[in-house]
Design a protein around this ligand. Structure first.
Ligand SMILES: N[C@@H](CCC(=O)N[C@@H](CCS)C(=O)NCC(=O)O)C(=O)O
Ligand SMILES: [Fe+2]
Length: 320
């Protein structure tokens, strides 16, 4: 899904059978739209139980929306009663139906407020996720090599076309005994996102790779024919160059690349395309650093309030 003000992509990955899903990089303003989609698709709450983080809970009782007003970027604090019906009702639909949102973030965003805080506040048991190195608050902190499991289903060998390579990790279950006949073993398929640390745009940036390596969600480390800037949030061009080459370009060439932003109308690329055609990342490391140090881009319009808000997991709203 696309958020047009900050040109952000949010990705919803769901498992048809278990209905478990994850939401990558939700944006505050489009959280109601994402909630509506989750509802339509009949996806369900992944984890049950109360949030463990008391600090985050302390901000309940209000919500906030950000926008670019006549006098520039501003953050509007609103009480629950001031929110429009559409906004509130679609968020509360999540609560009523116990639908899923496990919001995971590729990094502490500078250009928009994450939707994670709002979703976790409205969904008891919904846990926000970000890397430990981001320094941002979240329910779950992940590190390089960690996996986020979000779906599991059983397939019988009959359902898998002969000769087709089987994706994902398959856990073979032993054949059933005692029936006289030996039934064909079923296989349990586990869907997971592997976390690959890909610092450089920020120190806490991660890339999420689906466990069959068919898709990578690269955040702002690798954009289509571009990459994240390195001139704020402790960015480092040399670190980014090595991250992309060692953690992303080493994936299979046909692995689909889904970035957190696009400013030119692109939606998806592949590792092979970026490895051979990306005008920045095909340079030598030295040339790349020189180019990145001289981009002279204007700073993101929302940076002054988005970063502090995202360090607190976005904004929180009441659960009842
Ligand atoms: N105009 C946008 C901000 C654009 C921007 O700076 N994008 C970042 C990614 C989000 S932190 C970036 O790394 N861009 C790289 C590039 O080459 O454009 C706004 O005001 O929000
Ligand atoms: Fe960013």
């Amino acid at each position: 899904m696309f958020e047009p003000v900050s040109c952000t992509y949010t990705y919803l990955l769901g498992d048809r059978e278990s209905r478990e899903a994850v939401l990558i990089d939700p944006v505050l303003e489009t959280a109601p739209r994402d909630a509506q989609l989750i509802k339509e698709l009949g996806l369900r709450l992944l984890y049950a139980g109360q949030s463990r983080d008391q600090t985050l809970g302390s901000q309940r009782g209000w919500a906030a929306v950000s926008g670019v007003g006549r006098r520039g970027p501003e953050l509007l604090s609103l009480r629950e009663k001031d929110l429009g019906w559409d906004f509130r009702s679609s968020l509360y639909a999540l609560l009523d139906l116990s639908l899923l949102s496990l919001p995971v973030n590729t990094h502490c965003h500078a250009d928009h407020i994450t939707g994670s805080g709002l979703l976790r506040s409205l969904l008891p048991g919904c846990h926000s996720v970000i890397s430990r190195l981001s320094g941002a608050q979240a329910d779950l902190h992940i590190e390089d090599g960690d996996s986020i499991h979000f779906g599991r289903f059983v397939i019988s060998p009959k359902r898998w076309p002969k000769g087709e390579p089987v994706p994902f990790t398959l856990h073979q279950e032993p054949p059933r005994q005692g029936t006289g006949k030996t039934a064909a073993p079923a296989a349990r398929v586990v869907l997971a996102l592997e976390t690959r640390a890909s610092p450089g745009h920020t120190p806490g940036c991660v890339t999420f790779v689906l466990n069959d390596q068919s898709m990578a969600f690269t955040g702002d480390a690798l954009l289509i024919r571009g990459c994240g800037r390195t001139d704020f949030q402790q960015g480092c061009a040399k670190t980014l160059y090595h991250s992309v080459h060692e953690k992303i370009f080493t994936l299979p060439g046909d692995c689909l690349v889904y970035p957190a932003h696009d400013y030119h109308g692109f939606t998806v690329s592949t590792v092979e395309e970026e490895r051979t055609l990306n005008p920045r990342l095909t340079l030598s490391c030295e040339e790349f650093v020189k180019l990145m140090d001289n981009l002279n881009l204007p700073k993101p319009q929302q940076i002054d309030f988005a970063v502090p808000a995202n360090m607190r997991c976005g904004v929180q709203t009441p659960t009842s």
